[in-house]
Design a protein around this ligand. Sequence first.
Ligand SMILES: C[S@@+](CC[C@H](N)C(=O)[O-])C[C@H]1O[C@@H](n2cnc3c(N)ncnc32)[C@H](O)[C@@H]1O
Length: 312
Amino acid sequence: MTWDLGRIIVDENVDLPLDWASLSPSGRVFVEIGFGNGEFIEYLAQTFPEVLILGIEVSQWCVAKGARRVLAAGLGNVRIMHGDARFLLRHCFSPESVERVYMNFPCPWPKTRHASRRVTVPHFADLLSYLIVPGGSFELATDVDWYAEEAAETISAPGVFQADPIEADPKRPYITKYERKWRAMGKSTWHLVLHKTGKYDDPIMEGNCWQMEMECESPMKLEDVLSKIKDAEGKGVGGRGHWVFRETFVSDSGVGLVLVITTDDGFEQHFYLKVIPGRDGFKIKVDSVGHPYRTPAMRAALHYALEAARGE
Ligand SMILES: C[S@@+](CC[C@H](N)C(=O)[O-])C[C@H]1O[C@@H](n2cnc3c(N)ncnc32)[C@H](O)[C@@H]1O
């Protein structure tokens, strides 16, 4: 059997943020972060057929598995995104556009050097304030008691969310694969619900210029443009993120290629920029093969290359 995974998995090469509510039968949107084998997504989509369910997973294997599960179940109200939720939730969603966010059994990252990856960091609390509609909620299930306590404290600290008391071994309407394994070993789980009672008043999406290619007139030679931009680096649009240019090549067809590395909120991308010579100048284009997301760092890198090619 062949699977039309493209119907379910969101193409990265789209204008962001997306209007998810327009794809939802009722305008309501729920998100699950780190869905693993996708069975909780299936449960949500069947229980709430009027809601658009978005699953975000960093593992490509889980993305394919989850998408096949959704197609096999014939569910039309699910979309899946591949990538790091910390980045995707910030850049692919409009402010206050999601009613519920679920997170079942995230890795607690117990080592101090990995602490920034925990959902208990203030940055994640800001992200939830940005994302969730007033009156919406964040639900966390975890196998680590201190993790639930830290999450309750950090996420409610800015005063936008209020935490319900943490429940130990609650009766849940659906038990995930990870939870089944954990309970089978006789171990406890903890469940935390935080309600958004305040308002987020610092929208961060600035500008709407997300072009993937731009042209400029220039008297320069391609080789001079490439040697000028090699090893250049800078900050992303709005001072967020970082980009750096690495190797440069000239292809057989005379197109310049520059390897670009960007990071945005810890989300790293590697892709190529094409510098295409024309009659009076250059076209600068993001090579779409790697399907990079149009992040603030990527946009700034593109603008830098354009100005360099212009001879400025
Ligand atoms: C312990 S598993 C739990 C899977 C599933 N929720 C369950 O309860 O069975 C954690 C999942 O989170 C995913 N994950 C970890 N960090 C992530 C991130 N930053 N963004 C999206 N998914 C992530 C992992 O790939 C993994 O599938």
